[in-house]
Design a protein around this ligand. Structure first.
Ligand SMILES: O=C(O)c1cc(C(=O)O)c2c(n1)C(=O)C(=O)c1cc(C(=O)O)[nH]c1-2
Length: 258
């Protein structure tokens, strides 16, 4: 075994030992992205590289709506459990970022529906989640349940895949605008806005866990929470690939015309 992988192994699973120094803990959280974030998934390579047809992009947007609509629900579950006023205030604005709060500021879910409108999908059908893949529903609800049930610091940590999101959003905006005639600036507005929102949210959540995960076990559980969340994201793309690239569309799921 080379010295690097040996070092990685020994940094893990040392329950009962003193906590890692903050810098080591932060590095371990950040290391999860290059190891297993969903930018590595072949479905994303196809999406961003212009290798999907319109029906397959519709399937992605329709399924991804389920994730969008689960995010403010899991954030509300977290707020309901927080005794710390600063945490509640910070986390409440995440709900409003998605749901909107002022006339003219409709929020991320509305921006997502502009994307599905632009792709020619019926809004009521998208919102109903009737055409979503079974695995999509299981994955996103597993995320809501995780945040509802895990200790608060671990629940906060599960949002930290957002550390890795700006990179994928930049790739997606550039790749989809370049490669698909049916994608324009208006429908990419969702991702442009997230480029500003995600770093702010991730900074807060990272600082929160660095301060509040005090034992080795809590630190390890935070790292595992980021891995769990990567699995939530990965499972959704596996399901899309199986259904819409390999062609095994489950009964009742969305069937593209093209
Ligand atoms: O397009 C993506 O790849 C992507 C990934 C993630 C993520 O890493 O969970 C989020 C988003 N987008 C996103 O738009 C978003 O609002 C969001 C909220 C959260 C969260 O866990 O609270 N993740 C993500």
């Amino acid at each position: 075994m080379n010295p690097v992988s040996l070092e990685k192994k020994t940094a893990e699973r040392r329950d009962g030992e003193p906590p890692m120094p903050i810098a080591e803990f932060e590095a371990a959280v950040r290391a999860v992205g290059p190891e297993r974030y969903h930018d590595l998934h072949p479905f994303h390579h196809m999406l961003h590289g212009g290798k999907l047809n319109k029906g397959q992009v519709q399937a992605w947007a329709l399924n991804r709506f389920c994730y969008q609509s689960a995010v403010p629900r899991k954030d509300a579950a977290l707020v309901s459990r927080a005794y710390d006023r600063e945490l509640r205030r910070e986390w409440t604005h995440r709900i409003l970022d998605h749901d909107g709060f002022l006339p003219g500021e409709e929020g991320g879910i509305e921006r997502w529906l502009v994307l599905t409108d632009g792709l020619g999908l019926d809004r009521d059908y998208v919102i109903s989640r009737r055409g979503a893949l079974p695995a999509t529903i299981f994955a996103v609800e597993a995320y809501v349940t995780f945040v509802r049930e895990q200790p608060l610091t671990i629940a906060v940590a599960s949002s930290l895949t957002e550390l890795f999101a700006p990179k994928i959003h930049k790739e997606r905006i550039a790749g989809m605008l370049e490669n698909y005639s049916f994608i324009d600036d208006k429908v990419m507005a969702y991702f442009k806005r997230r480029l500003m929102q995600a770093p702010r949210d991730a900074d807060f959540a990272l600082n929160y866990i660095l301060k509040n995960a005090r034992t080795r076990e809590e630190q390890q559980a935070c790292i595992d929470a980021v891995r769990f969340k990567c699995n939530v994201l990965w499972a959704q793309l596996d399901a899309l690939y199986h259904a819409y690239v390999d062609g095994h569309i489950p009964p009742g799921a969305f069937r593209p015309e093209s």
